[in-house]
Design a protein around this ligand. Structure first.
Ligand code: 13P
Length: 251
């Protein structure tokens, strides 16, 4: 089963309008010759429109780093799926470990976001991942299973075509410590099997599972060669056009 690779850049809380426009333009240029893979940029809310505008004639798509479940209303500090689309976005990241850990978003809240995002037809990237402590206590699979079962609660099979799962071990994010290709593959295979038991085999086979956590130009090829790794969610290295360009051109 071949799945189309997806390389996503999560810009986190970086970039002014000017930085963002330059970075997006450079990336769009570097993507011009990669027709067989998808490239997604997730800039801060404040520059979604500008970045969408800059990449409009390229194959790059844009998404938000989080999303609310309602179209509008009294939700101070949030962004709605309608606003994401209005700004030119087609995707949303949900449940990033920084949202879980720093802002205490739990699985029930993340599930509302996932369902809201899917209701408005956004490509929805659900992030999951264990902490170092959870890994050392041999709880990795239990943690991942809980996050996926709760994150996807109430999501029916017809919407699974718009779901992407990103496995991001918390201990590998921004630390320079990447999961080994074997460690990542093991969890990705587990996730695919879990989706098969929750849904069905074809849905599991079509699901794209991204790896995130210190993906760099010098480790991307080995990670992408793994059977169940279908792409990358890149943080730090996505802020440098040259590095991200090399990651997009993984071999
Ligand atoms: P780094 O690539 O900086 O480790 O960040 C990964 C990440 O959190 C992407 O969402």
């Amino acid at each position: 089963m071949s799945r189309r690779a997806l390389i996503a850049g999560n810009w986190k809380m970086h970039t002014t309008v000017m930085d963002a426009c330059h970075l997006a333009a450079d990336i769009a240029r570097l993507c011009a010759d990669v027709p067989d893979r998808d490239v997604l940029l997730a800039p801060p809310f404040t520059v979604l429109s500008e970045v969408s505008h800059v990449i409009r004639d390229s194959a790059v798509i844009v998404g938000s780093q989080n999303v609310c479940w309602e179209a509008k209303g009294a939700f101070t500090g949030e962004i709605s799926p309608v606003m994401v689309k209005d700004a030119g976005g087609a995707a949303a990241i949900v449940g990033h470990s920084e949202r879980r850990q720093i802002f205490h978003e739990d699985d029930a809240l993340i599930n509302k976001r996932v369902r809201g995002s899917l209701k408005f037809d956004l490509l929805t990237i659900l992030c999951v991942g264990e902490t170092l402590e959870e890994r050392e206590e041999n709880n990795t699979f239990a943690v991942i299973e809980g996050q996926i079962r709760q994150g996807l609660a109430g999501v029916d099979a017809v919407h699974m075509g718009k779901v992407v799962i990103a496995y991001e071990p918390v201990w590998a994010i921004g630390t320079g410590k990447t999961a080994s290709k074997e460690q990542a593959q093991e969890v990705h295979a587990f996730i695919r099997k879990l989706i098969e038991t929750m849904y069905e085999k074809t849905i599991a086979e079509q699901l794209r599972i991204l790896y995130g956590g210190s993906v760099k130009q010098d480790n991307v090829d080995a990670l992408m060669a793994q059977q169940d790794i279908d792409g990358a969610l890149v943080g730090g290295a996505a802020l440098d056009a040259e590095s991200f360009g090399r990651i997009i051109h993984f071999r």
